[in-house]
Design a protein around this ligand. Sequence first.
Ligand SMILES: Nc1ncnc2c1ncn2[C@@H]1O[C@H](COP(=O)(O)OP(=O)(O)O)[C@@H](O)[C@H]1O
Ligand SMILES: [Mg+2]
Length: 225
Amino acid sequence: MLLQLRNVYKGFGPKEMPAFRPVLEDLSFAVEEGARLGIVGPSGSGKTTLLNLMGALDVPDSGEVIFRGKAISGYRAGELAQFRNRELGFVFQFHHLLPQCTLWENILVPVLPSKRSASAGDKSWAEHLLRKTGIWEQRNQKPSEMSGGECQRAAVVRALINKPRLVLADEPTGALDEENARLLSELLLSLSRDEGITLVVVTHAVELAAKLDAVFHLRHGKLTP
Ligand SMILES: Nc1ncnc2c1ncn2[C@@H]1O[C@H](COP(=O)(O)OP(=O)(O)O)[C@@H](O)[C@H]1O
Ligand SMILES: [Mg+2]
């Protein structure tokens, strides 16, 4: 099992007070290695909260998040940063590329925490991904000189640059037009399949959801098929 959530509770606001808002309640869920799963649910149901817990960007109030048999709560701060950087890739609704950097520089940012500069292997992998996503020609351009669809594809490349085991995508096509949404969905699916990367994607895109292995609904703080 790649990732497990065990009896996870998460809420916001002062504990034991009327203003406390429970979001996830006794949620248990397992993600098998290589699975490509979707999560749907109304706005405010807790999808982003859930993805943040899966990606160790936030911690549950109680319960455990377990990655390959090891509880994430057991990591020290430095280990946690390294774990996120090496094992996980994130794609958000907005690309969050650095505006002052070129596409090429942007996609290599995640390799830098572990080494001083990108290796030859990193660069050839980057080239492979840029060609596959159709933005190799734009590599010396800045995000402001690229279309929204191209920037979002760049965000996918950046998420894959460290060959993560798990990619978490939070409404990755939410800001794209239909044509670019379809293109991005196909890329996420084909890249995850070709590279054997596990994918958990929050999406309302029907076409994307239809091609995933399974789609779960977030309701009343729990995930149900
Ligand atoms: N950092 C936070 N502080 C307070 N409330 C939050 C925070 N993050 C999320 N919430 C609340 O938790 C609920 C679920 O939010 P979210 O996970 O963003 O839902 P979704 O992604 O499904 O739209 C919402 O009511 C939201 O207002
Ligand atoms: Mg959200």
